[in-house]
Design a protein around this ligand. Structure first.
Ligand code: C5P
Length: 254
């Protein structure tokens, strides 16, 4: 059953093709499996409940652009989550190469710094069909202790805000952050960035390796543009049922 449109608190300034206010256009299922065969099997088991899928490092290394073509031919929108992080010249080259593979969204690490972000934004601007770039701020699997472990003595929210500003001023419209940082980011940036939020855990499900988590409904109510959900759907006995329960939760009124 088609869930009704959500009225979000804030509207993103730029949205990728295939995005709308309905839950189906705001849920991305992370196909974190090691082969095209397993990915397409998962897509079959979703039984049309979802319109967006995420191809991450594991699957892209195994199946590459051919799989993106196949997913597109099944009318799915593709979020290519490669989290590029290298010197500016290398990242710009990768963004150019990925500009026509059919993905709607592509991630780069904001921690790559201003020059890298500027180079990526410029590379993406060359091709009209280039995916919209999202800057990954602080991974949702990291808490303050883990940031300290890599020499960053800051709360995750502070670091996310710092990187969000950097990404914005470098011409990157979209961000990946946890639900905990949505409100501070929207308040602080003073515009409506496109916010993609992983670390989603329906009530009662395992948090796995994630640290900064929220339920689907909470993340939407706080102002997420899209949610990324992997294991709560992909490892469920019935992925279509798990996805539908998440879509229903997203649509629940405040
Ligand atoms: O299985 P789970 O729902 O935890 O999967 C979350 C997905 O979101 C994974 O594919 C992971 O790579 C991705 N992701 C994340 N944190 C980020 C960016 C992406 O968990 N900051």
């Amino acid at each position: 059953m088609e869930a009704t449109a959500i009225q979000p608190q804030s509207y993103p300034r730029t949205t990728p093709e295939g995005w709308s206010h309905t839950p189906q256009d705001r849920l991305i299922v992370a196909l974190d499996v090691p082969s095209a065969h397993l990915a397409l099997d998962l897509v079959d088991r979703l039984e049309g409940t979802c319109r967006w899928v995420k191809v991450g490092l594991e699957l892209y290394c195994a199946a590459g652009n051919v799989l993106i073509d196949t997913l597109r031919s099944r009318d799915l929108h593709v979020f290519l989550d490669l989290k590029l992080h290298d010197i500016p010249n290398t990242v710009a080259g990768a963004v150019r190469t990925l500009s026509n593979v059919g993905a709607s969204l592509l991630t780069i690490h904001a921690a790559g710094g201003e020059a890298m972000l500027l180079a990526a934004a410029e590379a993406a601007s060359i091709h009209a069909q280039s995916p919209q770039l999202l800057a990954v701020t602080v991974l949702t699997s990291m808490d303050a202790a883990q940031l300290a472990g890599i020499g960053l003595m800051v709360e995750p929210a502070v670091q996310v805000l710092r990187l969000a500003h950097l990404a914005q001023t470098s011409g990157i419209d979209g961000l990946v952050c946890s639900a905990e940082e949505i409100e501070p980011v929207r308040t602080s940036l003073g515009f409506a960035p496109f916010l993609v939020v992983p670390g989603i855990r329906p009530t009662g499900t395992s948090i796995d390796d994630q640290r900064r988590i929220a339920t689907p409904r909470d993340a939407i109510q706080r102002g997420a543009s899209m949610l990324v959900v992997g294991r709560p759907i992909t490892q469920a006995g019935n992925p279509a049922q798990a996805a539908q329960a998440i879509l229903n939760d997203m649509a629940r009124p405040a």
